[in-house]
Design a protein around this ligand. Structure first.
Ligand code: CDP
Length: 212
């Protein structure tokens, strides 16, 4: 079974998706981490971020890998911490908008999704990567609350800079990615992580076929 969790930055996707996967005993795939890792590598290689084809080629020859505990690597380097820096936050949408890049990433994501029960988080999972996902969730939250949550994860950055970054990322992501029409939307602004996870867990369990 595929559980697709989409939504903007700070809506709670990662925390919820990780916990949910753990509770269900499902695999977990963070597609944002794949775009982030590629962005990190492109910056290291000094590739111009506006050039679609070379970035697509870089993606094809440098697959992103995840180990058992969720550490992220690309080109033989563990980039788990590096991809959460604000420079990467700002640059990811520039890289992620290129079609050749998305093609490679989506192909890999579908491959990984085909291996069994999995929770996949991203922005285009319920619409493009896995439109047949049995459970589709779109998490959202007020912008102010999303900024506050992000602030807790990026204590080194001022609130104004974070809010500006979130707004510009929302804008460029939204132009390309919308919630799936059949996704269940959950506003997490005033909900605890536990409550959101439980709500989704109930939906998933209701759809799981009981074993004979
Ligand atoms: O955690 P946060 O929402 O900040 O970001 P993320 O899920 O790690 O994704 C980072 C960026 O990658 C997003 O702002 C999108 O530009 C891009 N992305 C995408 O285009 N498609 C996806 N399936 C996932 C992420």
């Amino acid at each position: 079974m595929i559980v697709a969790i989409d939504g903007p930055a700070g809506a709670g996707k990662s925390t919820v998706a990780r916990l949910l996967a753990e509770r269900l005993g499902f695999g977990y795939l963070d597609t944002g981490a794949m775009y982030r890792a590629l962005t990190w590598l492109a910056l290291r290689e000094g590739l111009p971020l506006g050039d679609a084809e070379p970035l697509g080629e870089l993606a094809r020859r440098s697959p992103v890998t995840f180990d058992d505990v969720g550490r992220v690597s690309i080109a033989g380097v563990d980039v788990t911490a590096a991809i959460r820096h604000s420079r990467i936050d700002r640059m990811v949408p520039v890289v992620a908008r290129h079609h050749p890049v998305r093609e490679v990433m989506r192909e890999r994501q579908r491959e990984l999704a085909g291996r069994g029960n999995i929770v996949i988080e991203g922005r285009d999972i319920g619409t493009v990567v896995a439109p047949n996902a049995e459970v589709k969730i779109y998490l959202k939250a007020d912008q102010e609350i999303r900024t506050q949550r992000r602030q807790a994860e990026r204590p080194d950055i001022g609130e104004d800079a974070l809010a500006t970054d979130l707004r510009s990322r929302d804008k460029s992501d939204k132009e390309r990615m919308q919630p799936a029409p059949d996704a269940q939307q959950i506003d997490t602004s005033h909900l605890q992580v536990e409550d959101v996870v439980e709500q989704i867990e109930r939906l998933v369990r209701a759809r799981l076929v009981p074993s004979p």
